[in-house]
Design a protein around this ligand. Structure first.
Ligand code: NAG
Length: 142
């Protein structure tokens, strides 16, 4: 129930992010790896608690495209201002994201991340490299 209400609350931000950021297959097909967003539309970033999630409408392979959500805080790490894929990465603890523009049309996630010396940098990572769509559910594969 808690998850459901969070998902509903998150919807407006998905739509707000959708206009300039509609994910198109052509851009995304150039990346190999997990490739999840090739079969999703309207990818955007949302905050749930302090964790950064990625949400999109993802094909379930049976004609449906349910809203899918994945806690990318569990698989992306901030290493001194550079984002890397890593299990339990926890990047949300030292990065912030612009919910409207944080996921670009090519699946590039952009965040402002703290470096070891306390300054912050804008950095990013290609979500398609390790996000997968499993029958309409998004997951990290790291
Ligand atoms: C942190 O390091 C960067 C270079 O990597 C430098 O440009 C910046 O000024 C430093 N910030 C502080 C607060 O020392």
């Amino acid at each position: 129930m808690k998850f459901l209400s969070l998902a509903v609350l998150a919807l407006p931000s998905v739509f707000a992010a959708a206009l300039p950021n509609t994910v198109s297959g052509d851009n995304l097909a150039k990346r190999s790896g997990g490739g999840a967003l090739r079969t999703c539309t309207n990818a955007g970033a949302v905050l749930k608690g302090k964790d950064i999630y990625v949400e999109a409408f993802c094909s379930d392979g049976h004609g449906g495209s349910p809203l899918a959500s994945v806690d990318v805080n569990t698989c992306i790490a901030n290493d001194n201002g550079n984002l890397h894929w890593r299990k339990n990465g926890g990047f949300s603890g030292s990065c912030t994201i612009d919910l409207a523009t944080g996921v670009q049309s090519n699946g590039y996630l952009i965040a402002r991340c703290r470096k070891d010396n306390g300054s912050t940098v804008i950095t990013g990572i290609y979500l398609n490299d390790h996000l997968v769509n499993r029958n309409g559910k998004l997951a990290c594969e790291v």
